[in-house]
Design a protein. Structure first.
Lengths: 393, 99
């Protein structure tokens, strides 16, 4: 047994077919001459299949003569034979080499940029910034100095607290953390007033520190001082303090919604056509001919970058256009319906202002016109309107 | 002389398969059989193998018997092995053989 499979494969072996009546003798002689056979099989009384080292095959001739057997090669296996086989297929090998080289060459560039962690800042803005400092699609990975780009972006933008650029394969991920715009914090030991931040009617003032200047029922406009940051003493005179206290006031929020009584609505018919095209950088190849057969349709464009592995993006993009047919249907709303819609919409627009606050009153005014109605909704809300303001001398 | 040598082997705890020419037969499951210390193959069919050793003949019966590997001293038989039996060669026969 030529020790193991790997050495057998590396040195090459042949499968042989032996025919003859003295097969046992053939095996014994092979053995005594150190010609090792393996995988010996016999399917009828005179034929024998076996494997033998390629180098030793020529030694079998003599044994065959002595035992009156016939030997034929059935199969050549192993590394030397594989090499021989591929020597003939030069074009295949060259192409394989070219593909490997192309992949290596392509992997040296950035083909995709992702932005993570942005909430308020748009992705395009960050990409544009990065582009200015050299991180573009198609840039060579070796030339990109991530540290410098990070520093430049941070210098340029104050609203970005942290930037990280992670290059994985041909994919660059820009991770950012947006800075919150912090309200000006006034230190405890600084003097301040409490002022109104909205126009309102005061319902409750409780000053823990400082002098309240308004009382319940007073109307204040934005910027009026509610609790002054000083204490007036008979003997001590005016003494400045860091005023503290709670100011509850009634505030009104009003919005007007215009609701058309006749509304054209898009209703999808469910007919969808997909068209594809391939995009290489800015060059686009359409794989379809014409526009869809629908009269009215929405187009949804979806770009998908092709990639080999999870992070190896290719400079190819597959664009899918989905055309969705729709019909225009005119919906006529009744007056009540339109009114309810207006109220709902108003609640939606004022959501930010009234959420989590105590709603005291809600007033709805409707003005009807021929084509539309105007719904004016006013919310009366009780909320804290106090805001600290530094006293500047 | 031979007896003394055997005694010495026993004292030194040399394994019997080394000190004598006895074949060592290992059966793994019902489908693998390894014979060490054999002399040659007397007969080989896919249902029957006769192996010659220094102390006698081993007969193996079964189906689809293959000689998976062979070297000068071991022989690995695979396939469905049904029976193994031995034919002891008496000393007379051995003498005859040697003649």
């Amino acid at each position: 047994m030529s020790s193991n499979r790997i050495t057998q494969y590396m040195s090459g072996y042949v499968d042989i077919v032996v025919e003859g009546y003295y097969i046992e003798r053939f095996i014994n002689i092979c053995n005594s001459r150190q010609i090792f056979l393996w995988n010996i099989r016999k399917d009828n009384s005179i034929t024998l299949y076996a494997s033998i080292e390629a180098k030793r095959f020529k030694d079998l001739k003599d044994i065959c003569k002595r035992t009156k057997c016939k030997v034929k090669i059935k199969n050549k296996k192993g590394f030397p034979f594989t090499v021989k086989k591929y020597k003939k297929r030069k074009v295949f090998l060259i192409l394989l080499l070219i593909i490997i080289l192309a992949i290596i060459a392509l992997s040296r560039f950035i083909w995709n940029i992702e932005v993570e962690g942005n909430v308020d800042i748009s992705k395009e803005e960050i990409m544009q910034l990065a582009e200015e400092y050299g991180l573009t699609i198609g840039a060579s990975k070796g030339k990109i100095d991530t540290k410098e780009i990070i520093n430049n972006i941070r210098l340029e933008r104050d609203d970005i607290a942290w930037v990280g650029i992670d290059i994985k394969g041909t994919n660059a991920i820009i991770k950012i953390v947006e800075a919150d715009e912090k309200p000006e914090i006034i230190n405890e030991d600084e003097y301040c007033n409490i002022v109104a931040d909205k126009d309102a009617i005061i319902t409750k003032v409780s000053a823990q520190n400082g002098t309240p200047l308004v009382k319940e029922g007073d109307v204040v406009t934005k910027g009026d001082i509610i609790i002054a940051g000083w204490l007036e003493g008979k003997y001590t005179g005016r003494q400045y303090v860091h005023s503290q206290g709670e100011v509850q006031a009634r505030v009104w929020y009003t919005t007007t919604e215009k609701i058309a009584l006749k509304e054209t609505k898009k209703i999808e018919t469910g007919n969808i056509e997909n068209k594809y095209s391939v995009k290489i950088n800015n060059f686009q190849i359409n794989l379809h001919k014409s526009l869809p057969n629908f009269q009215k349709y929405d187009t949804i464009e979806e770009n998908k970058k092709l990639r080999l592995f999870s992070n190896f993006y290719l400079p190819l993009e597959l664009v899918t256009y989905t055309y969705k047919e729709y019909e225009e249907v005119v919906v006529v709303h009744s007056f009540e319906e339109a009114k309810q819609m207006g109220i709902d919409r108003a609640a939606e627009t004022l959501k930010e202002n009234i959420e989590g606050k105590k709603v005291l009153d809600k007033q709805v005014q409707v003005k009807a016109e021929a084509e539309y109605i105007e719904v004016q909704v006013t919310y009366e809300v009780e909320e804290n309107i106090g805001m600290e303001e530094k006293i500047v001398f | 002389m031979r007896k003394k040598a055997r005694k010495l082997d026993e004292i030194l705890e040399i394994p019997i398969e080394l000190s004598t020419n006895n074949p060592k037969i290992t059966v793994l499951g019902f489908e693998r059989l390894l014979i060490e210390n054999y002399r040659g193959i007397l007969e080989y069919q896919d249902y029957f193998i006769r192996v010659n050793t220094y102390i006698g003949i081993i007969n193996i019966n079964g189906f689809n018997l293959n000689l998976e590997g062979m070297t000068t001293d071991d022989l690995l038989v695979t396939g469905r092995i049904e029976t193994i039996d031995f034919e002891e060669v008496t000393e007379d026969e051995e003498e005859e053989e040697s003649k």
